[in-house]
Design a protein around this ligand. Structure first.
Ligand SMILES: [Zn+2]
Length: 314
């Protein structure tokens, strides 16, 4: 009996809910036909989570549901699943700075780029330094590792912003009105320097965005369940922001759990961003899917985030 599975999600590429193969590869409402025998019509429920997992060519990624409405926007939050690296970098490690084989990492980057229909030559990275500098990049910067910065923004198509993470937070930005994207890396130092707000301001000044139009995603990173910090971080936060409820005592003197996700949310809100999307995925809790520097005691890899805009169809 022919079974029809209908997904109510608008996607570029997806997996048949029944036979677990990529059954359709194109932008349209996903309608899957497969030979799996079942008496019932299978209706996939609309995705309710802010980000959702999907496996493409054996690589597990998360996508931002709100971004699926924009066909010219390409993005992926990669996980550790699907690459070629051996433990402790198993498997989709995208960083050469952690001790993994550079050849293997290069292959992993090619695999990751293929998932978002781009190539390593079209990506742009930067040397992450836990600051709040944001660089505006263009097609002239493709295939480059820019200078020291923790934020990249662009208003040009075919420019794919690419960064690596392993507990620090990917802050992912998209303005569908100005067709601009941004990607920022932020740990606790980035929180204190307000890297989130700096990115919004850079998009406003450099690319003509209005904060209210910007969609901002707080991506997978170490969460308030696991991020224990000392009194230095607490003192720094108290001097810079309303830090009440950002710290929860954890029973250890002069230590507490820090809610970076909420800190980013407040900082984004303060700049006028209204569409703030929390992925609420803790890398330290989920080392089955993500690399976590802290949970894996420094011997681990880095997962990637890529975002860019496709050239508009003629
Ligand atoms: Zn956790």
């Amino acid at each position: 009996m022919l079974t029809v599975a209908v997904s109510l999600r608008y996607v570029n590429q997806s997996i048949c809910e029944l036979c677990f193969k990529v059954c359709y590869n194109g932008p349209k409402w996903l309608v899957i036909f497969c030979g799996y025998s079942t008496p019932d019509l299978v209706m996939t429920q609309p995705e309710t989570n802010a980000v959702y997992p999907i496996t493409i060519q054996d690589i597990l990624i998360y996508r931002v549901q709100a971004f699926d409405n924009y066909l010219h926007l390409t993005h992926a939050i990669f996980t550790r699943k699907g690459g070629l690296s051996q433990p402790p970098f198993y498997a989709l490690n995208l960083s050469v700075s952690v001790g993994d084989s550079p050849q293997t990492v290069a292959k992993n980057i090619e695999l990751a780029c293929r998932i978002v229909n781009t190539t390593p030559n079209q990506t742009i990275s930067c040397y992450l330094v836990h600051g709040a500098d944001v660089l505006t990049v263009t097609q002239n910067n493709q295939q480059r590792v820019m200078g020291h910065a923790d934020g990249l923004i662009t208003g040009e198509p075919e420019v794919y912003l690419f960064m690596r993470f392993g507990d620090c937070t990917p802050l992912i930005f998209f303005d569908p009105i100005q067709n601009a994207v941004g990607l920022t890396h932020a740990g606790w130092r980035g929180t204190m320097k307000n890297a989130a707000g700096a990115t919004v301001k850079a998009m406003t000044r450099q690319l003509g965005c209005q904060p209210k139009d910007i969609m901002a995603v707080i991506g997978p990173s170490i969460g308030p369940c696991c991020y224990e910090v000392g009194k230095d971080v607490m003192a720094a936060a108290q001097s810079l922001m309303a830090s009440d409820s950002l710290f929860q005592p954890n029973g250890t003197p002069n230590h507490a759990y820090f809610d970076m996700w909420e800190a980013y949310r407040r900082q984004l809100e303060a700049t006028g961003v209204e569409q703030i999307i929390q992925s609420k995925l803790c890398t330290a809790c989920r080392t089955d899917e993500f690399f976590s520097h802290r949970a894996e005691k420094g011997r681990t890899g880095r997962f990637g985030v890529i975002i860019g805009l496709k050239e508009a169809a003629a």
